[in-house]
Design a protein around this ligand. Structure first.
Ligand code: C2O
Ligand code: CU
Length: 512
């Protein structure tokens, strides 16, 4: 029996009244939703087993590996009463399989849309040309299939992800569960002594939260106006998740999959952990931290050393988003209200994301953190032939954000970039709130925060495609634009707080 089946059994027993909170259960039932927030009771600690998405290696013919995805509607018994309507890929009730690919391989994607509404599928962080990128113009109509051209995997070993990118539908479809991980492997990563047994000492974690309505619909699927924040954590789609991890070095591939909330990650005993990878590759060497800020869309790979822990140790991965965090207004999730548009039961507090129970080590366990990782050659500011500045603006709190006072339009190309050139872009967060900036078609290097190279945190010093932009601060990055995109399938840059994105904090650019 695989993990997914055991989880379905668990969900089944919960249905019969043994418990309330679960996630990723199977089956279908009629679901209803309204827009009134529910006030469920607080779940007990670690009562549900973490779901590990199945791996999908694709099928290879004539040297091309094809990854088949089908997005369909489903439902999950998150709470007592009605099931919650959800979306998932390949028969999963929430989220989708983890695509496993190798750098240098020739691959293509095949996406079938079994929903009754249009979608797109974007390969977040992947270095692919415009027509493969899956942005808002690449609509996969309800009932149809999109087969991409084949492409060579150019990305470094790291954790990427896929998700819908239909303009003004991204928040809804992502909130309902549409998304999945992509793990790229390469020779440099394989040569290192790192944990890489998927589901055992190498764990993907998508962190998000949802608010439920009185009839157990998901409230925050609606554009912006109802709620930016969930009230209940979903870790890999599971409410109140726990996992058993072996007494050795463990690798967590973490994605902030939130609508808007930032996470200030840390462990309940205050231990140091080691950041080894950013969005688009491994760092030069591990960076020890006790806290790690992640904004929506970002991925970090970390190592946690459990080899000194006694069997049976219980450790929590927490979000330290409370009054004692040292964080200040603009960071998403500090607003103290417990309900309403910008409130949440999780706001302005420390809350658990995953309970870890330490079990016996595996054979051939990795127990020491490597001192060096890979050598990276980044584009530098002196290579940049052009600088651009994007100022995030709004007429006031609650009003739609825009870049340089221009809201997103499907028919406007906002920037023209010359193929094969290097540019320096500065994003100014503006004076209303923080944001999470993401750009398609490149992996870049953050070179300055507020104009200062030393203000860039060591843990964000690698290849990035998404970053945290605090209120009233600037972030400067340098990128070399080697993927082509014309005006029929342009690339996007946008805020990855998908409520902001859907309301217009997005722009388009061509590279040619
Ligand atoms: Cu994760 Cu433009 O997207
Ligand atoms: Cu934003």
């Amino acid at each position: 029996m695989n993990k997914r089946d055991s989880l379905k059994l668990l969900a089944g027993s919960l249905l019969s009244g043994a418990g309330i909170f679960s996630g990723c259960g199977g089956g279908s039932s009629s679901t209803t939703s309204d827009t009134t927030p529910a006030t469920p009771t607080t779940p007990s600690a670690g009562s549900n087993t973490l779901w590990i998405p199945p791996l999908l290696s694709g099928s290879t013919a004539a040297g091309v590996t094809t990854y088949g995805l089908t997005l369909a509607a489903s439902s999950v018994q998150f709470q007592t009463g009605a099931k919650t309507a959800t979306y998932g890929y390949n028969g999963n009730d929430f989220w989708g399989p983890t695509l496993l690919m190798k750098k240098g391989a020739t691959v293509r994607m095949q996406v079938t849309n079994a929903l009754s509404e249009d979608t797109t599928t974007h390969w977040h962080g992947m270095l692919v040309p415009g027509p493969v990128d899956g942005g808002p113009h690449q609509v996969v109509a309800a009932g149809s299939t999109w087969l991409t051209d084949s492409f060579t995997v150019k990305n470094n070993a790291a954790t990427y992800w896929y998700h819908p990118h239909m303009h003004q539908m991204t928040q809804k479809q992502l909130t309902l569960g549409a998304g999945g991980f992509i793990i790229v492997q390469d020779d440099a990563e394989s040569a290192l002594k790192l944990p890489r047994t998927y589901g055992t000492d190498d764990i993907p974690l998508i962190l998000t939260s949802r608010r439920f309505t009185t009839t157990n619909g998901v409230a925050n699927q609606f554009q912006y106006t109802l709620t930016a924040y969930g009230d209940y954590v979903l870790t890999n789609g599971v409410m109140d998740a726990q996992v058993t991890l072996p007494k050795q070095l463990v690798r967590l591939r973490i994605l902030n999959g939130e609508i808007e909330r930032d996470y200030n990650l840390g462990f309940s005993d205050g231990r140091s952990f080691y950041v080894i990878g950013n969005d688009g590759g491994l760092l030069g060497s591990p960076v020890a931290v006790t806290r790690l800020i992640m904004s929506p869309g970002e991925r970090y790979e970390i190592l946690v050393n459990l080899s000194g822990d006694a069997l049976g140790t219980v450790l929590d991965l927490n979000a330290y988003n409370g009054a004692d965090s040292g964080l200040s207004f603009g960071y998403a999730g500090l607003e103290p209200a417990t309900q309403g548009e910008f409130g949440s039961l999780l706001n302005y507090k420390t809350f658990r994301l995953l309970r870890i129970n330490v079990i016996a080590a595996t054979t051939n366990a990795v127990t020491t953190v490597p001192t060096t990782l890979v050598s990276n050659t980044f584009p530098s500011a002196s290579d940049a032939i052009k600088s651009r500045t994007l100022l995030i603006t709004a007429t006031g709190p609650g009003a739609p954000f825009t870049f340089n006072n221009v809201g997103f339009s499907m028919t406007t190309i906002n920037q023209l970039v010359a193929l094969g050139t290097t540019e320096s872009w500065t994003v100014n967060g503006g004076n209303i709130f923080s944001h999470s900036f993401h750009i398609h078609g490149v992996q870049f290097k953050i070179v300055a925060r507020n104009g200062s190279a030393s203000a860039v945190k060591a843990y964000e010093g690698g290849w990035k495609d998404t970053f945290y932009v605090p209120i009233n601060e600037t972030v400067t990055f340098v990128a070399r634009f080697d993927e082509a995109a014309d005006s029929s399938y342009p690339f996007m840059y946008h805020c990855h707080m998908v409520n902001h994105e859907d309301l217009g904090l997005m722009g388009q650019f061509v590279v040619q």
